[in-house]
Design a protein around this ligand. Structure first.
Ligand SMILES: *[C@@H]1O[C@H](CO)[C@@H](O)[C@H](O)[C@H]1NC(C)=O
Ligand SMILES: *[C@@H]1O[C@H](CO)[C@@H](O)[C@H](O)[C@H]1NC(C)=O
Ligand SMILES: *[C@@H]1O[C@H](CO)[C@@H](O)[C@H](O)[C@H]1NC(C)=O
Length: 364
């Protein structure tokens, strides 16, 4: 069947099926019973990770038995770390457990502008511009509030290090968009890390960027810009000088996004780090973290700007599965050339003008 003959709803299904095909060489699942964010009773809208120890549930673990024999009095995070190590040593080479600390960037100028204009006007018009003269949101930077949110994460990590001897990430990844780069920096730069902890040198990874819409906030800057902003940080191999994914006309579907999230995770599990490097930090975006959670089989859990949740993930290599790459087509995003009357599922422009698909700014 020709894909273009399908309705948008069916297109979504086709896309998800293709995403599943791409992900099929590794099967991911969320191991529940360890974190509050995995429980249906936990309300994401009121969840404050700093008030509940990152959501880590107070409980005993099978690994505690071994530790008791050593006569140690360990914190919840220390015991949990041993439990994750036990899960890894007790499983064969086709299985890997990791704890992903998924952090959403702090508030950016695009977040503030969406609130200011309201979502309909934002989606249908303002988000397609670089800014409004007083505020710029093309590849948006953090607002002062956003910087504060990242510093709250910084202080919370320091507190957990000091009070619980938490095992800090063995590997760090960040989206290449400015708001995530800044958030990773304010969160982890300058922490007084535990002895023997991995240094904070995040890998800038293209596929951990936000869902690619026609909004200019999703258009990243060049590799040279990133290198210049954070000179010491590694940038993954193959990262192009200019953004070759954003085009300002079509948007990635959630199926296409899940396929790339699965690709990104496939470069973290069994590859980038070993079983001994079980704690991983990913600084990313609300839409992208939602996509990662779908791939991980986690329940839907929206993070507020600046929030962080750990997820215990089991990854299993599926024997005999081949990883196929299928191109999932993106969809055009009609918008108005002036602020719209309304938008719920589609933009309604003033004076009955038809929405257009041509970019409003071309100099980006
Ligand atoms: C876990 O136990 C500590 C005391 O050991 C307590 O302060 C904390 O509130 C408990 N946390 C949860 C989420 O129950
Ligand atoms: C631009 O948007 C910001 C909100 O992001 C708002 O505070 C400001 O007043 C707007 N400027 C103009 C000229 O409308
Ligand atoms: C990185 O973080 C440090 C420590 O908070 C801060 O002083 C510095 O300005 C930040 N750099 C950038 C480019 O944001």
């Amino acid at each position: 069947m020709k894909v273009s003959a399908l309705s948008p709803a069916l297109l979504g299904l086709v896309a998800s099926a293709q995403a599943a095909a791409v992900a099929s060489s590794i099967q991911y699942s969320t191991v529940t019973g360890y974190f509050l964010q995995d429980e249906t009773a936990t309300d994401a809208s009121t969840f404050d990770y700093t008030a509940v120890n990152f959501g880590l549930i107070n409980r005993t673990y099978p690994a505690d038995q071994v530790l008791k024999h050593q006569g140690k009095d360990l914190s919840q995070w220390e015991r949990f770390y041993h439990q994750v190590q036990k899960l890894n040593t007790d499983s064969d080479n086709d299985v890997e457990y990791k704890v992903l600390f998924l952090g959403r960037h702090g508030e950016g100028y695009h977040n503030a502008a969406e609130t200011y204009y309201g979502t309909p006007a934002w989606n249908c018009y303002w988000a397609e511009l670089d800014g409004n003269g007083t505020s710029t949101w093309h590849d948006a930077a953090l607002t002062a509030n956003g910087v504060n949110q990242a510093l709250i994460a910084h202080n919370f990590w320091q507190k957990q290090i000091d009070e619980q001897n938490i095992h800090t990430p063995d590997n760090y990844f960040t989206s290449p968009l400015t708001r995530s780069l800044q958030t990773a920096n304010y969160t982890f730069n300058g922490l007084n890390l535990p002895h023997n902890a991995a240094k904070f040198r995040p890998l800038v990874k293209e596929l951990f960027r936000e869902g690619i819409s026609i909004h200019t906030c999703d258009h990243r800057r060049s590799k040279s810009y990133i290198k210049n902003l954070f000179p010491g940080w590694p940038i993954e191999k193959g990262f192009t000088e200019d953004d070759e994914l954003w085009n300002g006309v079509t948007a990635e579907t959630s199926g296409a996004q899940d396929a790339r999230s699965a690709t990104a995770l496939g470069e973290v599990f069994f590859a980038k780090s070993t079983k001994e490097e079980a704690f991983v930090s990913v600084t990313s975006h609300s839409g992208e973290i939602s996509s990662i959670l779908r791939v991980l089989g986690h329940r839907s859990f929206s993070l507020k700007t600046g929030a962080v949740i750990p997820v215990l993930v089991k990854a299993e290599k599926v024997k005999g599965a081949t990883s196929t790459t299928t191109t999932v087509s993106w969809t055009a995003s009609p918008h108005c050339t002036v602020p719209p009357v309304t938008s719920v599922t589609a933009c309604v422009c003033p004076s009955s003008a038809a929405p257009v698909t041509t970019p409003l700014v071309t100099d980006v």
